[in-house]
Design a protein around this ligand. Structure first.
Ligand SMILES: Nc1ncnc2c1ncn2[C@@H]1O[C@H](COP(=O)(O)OP(=O)(O)OP(=O)(O)O)[C@@H](O)[C@H]1O
Length: 250
């Protein structure tokens, strides 16, 4: 198997013939694609398709059985590179007995932010996710959507160059979802690369490119317009069905 080490200058992520097995189960099957700087890349696929497994590898939390993931020209997992990545998993890793601000301070310390940076960034990220004014509230009193937003704020603290978000808007109402996507667009225009997994079709349409996963295989990749044109479909959902996928809404 050819393992490419050199990727194009504008490629931030190169998923290089990656496979993953858990025991007898093949969860990722020879996945191969790259993501360019400043792209919003969506991973779409039915439950169990392997989206979380793949993004965890990209975040440096899992390793492939075969192949490699190269991020910023370095093979993952790399601690140096992980500092340049913001990751938000599907389950919120928050401390319920601490306030929102204390949670942010804790993670800011882990990211190595200096006091001055913390004082500046914490109000900024709270504002981005529309949680300003809730700093002193205990996280255990937060709703599911508030917890998601706080998790997103945490992933943004250190101004990562690559943001990896596993279903970031689950439990978030449409108005706030829209404002979060506006944030993604702003981050993108500053050069941030964003990978997002989603089941939500209107979100998929907002991505620059989409990778469609099914049964651990990348069944299609392209811009939403390309995927619709290739399948003569009127929507991404229809295109995905033509490619042989099935999408469920959470
Ligand atoms: N640590 C693990 N051990 C064994 N099997 C696993 C493990 N992690 C994931 N799997 C299996 O891998 C498959 C893909 O799971 P994954 O969570 O990546 O899918 P997904 O596309 O993210 O699904 P969803 O949309 O429901 O989050 C599933 O069959 C899951 O049971």
């Amino acid at each position: 198997m050819e393992v490419l080490r050199l990727v194009g200058d504008s490629d931030v992520v190169c998923v290089n013939h990656v496979s993953k097995r858990y025991g007898d189960q093949a969860v990722l099957k020879d996945i191969h694609f790259s993501i360019r700087k400043g792209e919003i890349f969506g991973l779409l696929g039915p439950s169990g398709a392997g989206k979380t497994t793949l993004v965890k590898q990209l975040a440096g939390l899992e390793v492939p059985t075969d192949g490699e993931n190269v991020i910023f020209q370095q093979r993952m997992p790399s601690l140096q590179i992980m500092k340049r990545i913001g990751y938000m998993g599907q389950s919120d890793a928050l401390y319920g007995e601490l306030s929102a601000k204390e949670n942010l301070e804790f993670f800011a310390a882990i990211y190595g932010l200096k006091r001055k940076e913390r004082l500046q960034r914490i109000p900024e990220v709270l504002k981005i996710v529309n949680l300003a004014g809730t700093e002193k509230k205990l996280v255990s009193s937060f709703s599911g959507g508030m917890k998601r937003r706080l998790s997103l704020a945490i992933s943004l603290l250190h101004e990562p160059e690559l943001l990896i978000l596993d279903e970031p808007t689950v439990g978030i109402d449409p108005v706030l979802r829209k404002s979060i996507w506006q944030t993604f667009d702003r981050l993108k225009s500053n050069g941030t690369t964003i990978i997002v997994t989603t089941h939500v079709m209107d979100e998929a349409e907002k991505c620059d490119r989409l990778g469609l996963l099914r049964d651990g295989k990348l069944i299609a990749i392209g811009t939403p317009t390309e995927l619709m044109a290739d399948t003569s479909s009127q929507s991404i959902e229809e295109a995905f069905l033509v490619y042989g996928g099935a999408v469920h809404e959470n």
